[in-house]
Design a protein around this ligand. Structure first.
Ligand SMILES: N[C@@H](CCC(=O)N[C@@H](CS)C(=O)NCC(=O)O)C(=O)O
Length: 218
């Protein structure tokens, strides 16, 4: 098996894929998406939307885009049933949490950051406020979901939902604090201590702090 991951270690969605690779114990070669002209030309060939991560399975001759699909693929490659549980209801919950996190946490976070950096044109305070409000709604929804006492995002095992949450929640809480949501806070504490995510954070550390937001205030 020979896996290549096009990514940047600071990228939230890249960390989502890296966490899954470390969790499953799958070795991979990182191809850095860092603006270097030659590397970016190679990246453009495999990433139609210019988004990372991209996984290449050279043995199988396959190129996989979209972080959630990358994880579905990796889990199958590693034998199945770990990051995507075998139980259909547990799998549904893992996918559901992944969708909510991708759409309303990661999506909103990216828009807020792009807006703050002026990448979406002149920063638009009304759009930022709307995205922050929706992020609050996502925090509320997750807090309610965790009320059944589950240890991880979708139940008692670490799944796709946790690979997704670890980086996205870590970045997004710097934009919209957790506030009075003890279950979300405790889950995030467990994610921060998970060895696979610790490794992804260690990979990112040499690149410094690129986020246009203060460290978590609460
Ligand atoms: N839906 C995509 C989102 C990926 C994504 O937004 N990646 C960001 C990095 S965290 C990216 O490549 N941004 C580059 C850009 O938009 O210029 C996935 O899940 O893989």
């Amino acid at each position: 098996m020979s896996l290549i991951l096009w990514s940047h270690p600071y990228s939230g969605y890249g960390q989502k894929a890296a966490t899954a690779l470390y969790e499953l114990g799958l070795p991979f070669e990182l191809k850095l998406v860092d603006g270097d002209a030659e590397r970016m030309a190679g990246f453009a060939e495999v990433s139609p939307f210019a988004k990372m991560p991209v996984l290449i399975d050279t043995d199988a001759g396959r190129t996989i885009i979209e972080s959630s699909i990358v994880i579905e693929y990796l889990d199958r490659l590693a034998g199945g049933g770990r990051l995507i549980p075998n139980d259909p209801d547990e799998a549904l919950e893992a996918r559901f949490m992944d969708r909510v996190l991708d759409t309303y946490v990661g999506g909103n976070m990216n828009r807020i950051v792009f807006n703050r950096l002026g990448r979406a044109g002149t920063p638009n305070p009304t759009a930022i406020e709307l995205d922050e409000k929706e992020l609050e709604t996502a925090w509320d929804m997750i807090e309610a979901r965790l009320a059944d006492g589950r240890t991880w995002g979708a139940g008692e095992t670490f799944t796709l939902a946790d690979c997704c949450a670890a980086p996205l929640v870590t970045y997004a809480r710097r934009l919209v604090p957790f506030g009075d949501r003890p279950r979300l806070r405790a889950w995030h504490g467990r994610l921060l201590a998970r060895p696979s995510f610790v490794r992804a954070l260690e990979d990112a550390a040499p690149f410094g702090d690129l986020m246009p937001a203060d460290p978590p205030q609460d």
